[in-house]
Design a protein around this ligand. Structure first.
Ligand code: NAD
Ligand code: MG
Length: 395
């Protein structure tokens, strides 16, 4: 029998975090939860701690941490709440941890994911923004420290599953990758009405229930733009080797085209527990709890090109990848600010792209960010510029 794997789930209360715990719950002999983290959801994290009894729990503010610690004491729980400033890095890099699920949303996940990479963990990466911001630096840390990086984003998991296990052969065999996109809730909406989009409309994804930020990113297709950048790093690709096609049924999760024009695809019911189970057990396979595809019930698979007028943000990814390094971090920061402003009803939906574009035009990195503090400084600068743009267009 294999030794039990000890797991830290960063962002345990979110959509990916709860799906991860759902898979772990099915395999108590194989996995043990070592630590859980959340930003502010005390009740949700408390319930998870009582069920999984991790050694440590971490929350984003001292006030929330104290509340959680108090509630855990009332339940005589053995879980200890860590409150140091670097608590997330501690639970990601702890010597007793084998695997880290990176399921925090946004650039906030960079430091703990990087800590896991530097400690040579098996890192299951859902937090695409960490890679979009960290770029070359992140991949260098993975390589230098023997980290096993496994993508959880469904498109990248699909590509990963289609590629040979020996990554050193990818370069010779691979021609390009084709990322599939659902097209989100506005695939067929008149682009002239995008100014009137409400928060509820943008957060209503046709096939998935996801966190609010990624839901808005799916509606603008900035999610796909971030995924293009993510694919560039994960699979060592040139920007022109990455293509995007809209596939509304979300049955094919992405494809790889080999040099001989053979195309391999990964298919399945659209449910994030599949890539999560795949990442947890790779290269073995375990049950995910997801119903298999019934091909006799599929009405058909369709494909279409992404309309640049409806989804102007998609092309910013290739533009940012060809620009000086650090530009992708600027794009990510601008988008986080713009999406947050939209969710707070301070910015029109169609202005998200305007903020991203204006920030990219105003801020050009003068040198390659060579350290995490340099990246974070660029991220902070981009947030400031983006905030000014939000104020200019504020509702
Ligand atoms: P979510 O908003 O549902 O959950 C985010 C989690 O991170 C929560 O536990 C929250 O408490 C925590 N968190 C938020 N901000 C934080 C901060 N500043 N510091 C520390 N913790 C913080 O998000 P999600 O939909 O689960 O997405 C998580 C990541 O996975 C994102 O990067 C997203 O792009 C990616 N992803 C999600 C899906 C999906 O289906 N939801 C699919 C593919 C990739
Ligand atoms: Mg995805």
């Amino acid at each position: 029998m294999k030794p039990v794997q000890h797991i830290t789930v960063l962002g345990a209360t979110g959509s990916i975090g709860t799906s991860t715990l759902d898979v772990l719950r099915r395999h108590p002999q194989q996995f043990s939860v070592f630590a859980l983290s959340a930003a502010t959801q005390v009740d949700a994290l408390l319930a998870q701690c009582l069920e999984f009894a991790p050694r440590y729990a971490v929350m984003s503010s001292a006030a929330h941490a104290q509340q959680l610690a108090q509630r855990l004491r009332e339940h005589s729980s053995p879980t200890q709440v860590l409150q140091e400033a670097d608590a997330l890095e501690q639970i990601a890099a702890h010597p007793e941890v084998d695997t880290v699920m990176g399921a925090i949303v946004g650039a906030a996940g960079l430091a703990p994911c990087l800590a896991a990479a530097r400690a040579g963990k098996r890192l299951l990466l859902a937090n695409k923004e960490a890679l979009v911001v960290g770029g070359a630096l992140f991949m260098q840390a993975v390589q230098d420290n023997g980290c096993t990086l496994i993508p959880i984003d469904s498109e990248h998991s699909a590509i990963f599953q289609c590629l040979p296990e020996d990554a050193s052969t990818w370069g010779q065999r691979l021609h390009s990758v084709i990322l599939t996109a659902s097209g989100g809730p506005f695939r067929q909406r008149d682009p002239h009405t995008l100014a009137q989009v409400t928060v509820a409309e943008a957060c209503k994804h046709p096939n998935f229930s996801m966190g609010r930020k990624i839901s808005v990113d799916s509606a603008t297709m900035m999610n796909k733009a971030l995924e293009v950048i993510e694919a560039r790093w994960l699979f060592h690709l040139q920007p022109e080797q990455i293509r995007v096609v809209i596939h509304p049924e979300q049955i094919i999760h992405s494809m790889v085209q080999m040099r001989d024009s053979s195309v391999l695809a990964q298919l399945g019911t659209p449910d994030m527990r599949v890539p999560i189970a795949c990442g947890l057990s790779w290269p073995e396979r375990i049950a995910s709890g997801v119903a298999p595809l019934d091909f006799t019930q599929l009405a058909g698979l369709s494909f279409e090109e992404a309309d640049a007028q409806r989804f102007p943000g998609l092309h910013l990814s290739w533009q940012a990848l060809r620009a000086p390094e650090g530009t992708t971090a600027i794009l990510n920061a601008a988008n986080e600010i713009a999406v947050a402003a939209f969710l707070e009803e301070r910015l029109r939906f169609d202005r998200i792209h305007a903020v991203n574009l204006a920030t990219l035009e105003q801020l050009i990195p003068d040198e390659k960010p060579a350290s995490v503090p340099a990246l974070m400084a660029l991220d902070a600068q981009a947030r400031q510029v983006a905030q000014t743009m939000v104020q200019r267009w504020s509702l």
